[in-house]
Design a protein around this ligand. Structure first.
Ligand code: SF4
Length: 370
């Protein structure tokens, strides 16, 4: 059960097997950043060891037609969210901007702090953006109908299942994401399929959505979303280590065009509540706030192998920063495949098309609602 108490977890394993056995479906998987540094724990590897290319290999062996990287969509989120942030900063409205990648946090605001709804970024979370551009743009490139593209998100998160079912996300009742498998569910499927994980040969992600930058990779750790956005706003190649680590509240200030931008990062909803109360009372002031509901961010998600002590979560986060250090490109705006997507489909950040397919809206919710 999700530690935030936000949802009851439903297994999507059976419906994914059904889709894989349906000849009419093109089944496309995407793998979230945090999954790759925890998956191997079930097969005797250390927390933090990266296994993304082995997971691709396992998914292909199970019958997935294509396997892409959610980190690509995280890069796209950085571009859209960075644009949105600069617009708000210029107008001086709806600040601080709250990140919206974490559905348990979004739900927390909808239920408990509706007066802050306009502060949430309108960006869909990366896996939802992925589902949307896959079905509304890429399906046409493939020559397949939207209905026959089946998108499976491999996530560290149980709350992503409820997020994928939100009526705001999808077109005419056809959701952008059809199924969400947690890391643990995929481990079960690999075992059910009789795949010997240690004997797999690494396989690369498919292109074009298998290419990402370090900015997209670090989304899986607390502070990663804020750092990725700040890297792009800064425009240099600096990494911003002030927002990393296990402390409950982390802060950084950067200067852009002579203006100070104050950033705060919290993880865990207790820390989030305390920060919201301070912002409400006016005792603190920030321009951008990243919140992740799980301690440590997505590396500590409820769908990851357990137990996940602070030490294990830190090792997983270290694994993501190691991948980031090895990557040629650190900033999301340098991703050439993202540039291609804007040229071919989206136009520019914050365009009408981008708003229609990559953004969403929120509303106050009552306890009785999902
Ligand atoms: Fe899901 Fe936890 Fe990550 Fe939020 S922080 S998106 S609840 S895994």
């Amino acid at each position: 059960v999700c530690p935030t108490g936000a949802i009851v977890v439903k297994s999507h394993i059976d419906k994914v097997w059904d889709a894989l056995n349906d000849d009419n479906k093109v089944v496309i998987a995407q793998i979230a950043p945090a999954v790759r540094v925890a998956f191997g724990e079930a097969f005797g590897l250390r927390p933090g060891e990266s296994t993304e290319y082995l997971i691709v290999s396992a998914l292909k062996a199970m019958g997935f037609d294509m396997v892409f990287d959610t980190c690509f969509a995280a890069d796209l989120t950085v571009i859209e969210e960075g644009h949105e942030f600069l617009e708000r900063l210029e107008k001086g409205e709806n600040l601080p901007l709250f990140t919206s990648c974490c559905p348990a946090w979004v739900k927390f605001v909808e239920f408990n702090y509706p007066s802050f709804l306009n502060n949430l970024s309108s960006c869909r979370s990366p896996h939802q953006m992925f589902g949307s551009f896959t079905k509304n743009y890429y399906a046409k490139e493939l020559g397949v109908s939207r209905e026959n593209v089946y998108v499976v998100s491999i996530m560290p998160c149980t709350a992503k299942k409820a997020e994928a079912a939100r009526e705001e996300l999808g077109v005419d009742g056809n959701p952008d994401v059809d199924a969400v498998l947690t890391t643990r569910e995929l481990i079960r499927m690999v075992r059910e399929a009789g795949i010997v994980f240690k004997d797999l040969k690494e396989e690369p992600f498919d292109m074009p959505f298998g290419f990402s930058t370090g900015g997209g990779i670090i989304f899986g750790a607390t502070g990663g979303v804020a750092e990725a956005v700040v890297r792009t706003l800064d425009g240099g190649h600096r990494r911003f280590e002030q927002v990393r680590g296990s402390e409950g509240l982390k802060e950084a200030t950067i200067v852009k065009d002579g203006k100070e931008i104050r950033v705060a990062v919290v993880h865990g909803l207790k820390n989030a509540r305390e920060l919201l109360e301070k912002i409400k009372s006016g005792s603190v002031k920030y321009d951008m706030v990243e919140v992740m509901a799980c301690p440590g961010g997505c590396v500590g998600g409820a769908g990851q192998p357990s137990p996940a002590s602070t030490g294990v979560r830190e090792e997983r986060a270290k694994g993501l920063y190691n991948i980031d250090n090895r990557m040629q490109l650190a900033r999301s705006d340098e991703n050439p495949m993202i540039k291609m997507l804007y040229e071919k489909w989206l136009g520019s950040p914050g365009s009408e098309v981008a708003h229609k397919y990559l953004h969403t809206h929120y509303r106050p919710r009552r306890r009785t609602e999902v």
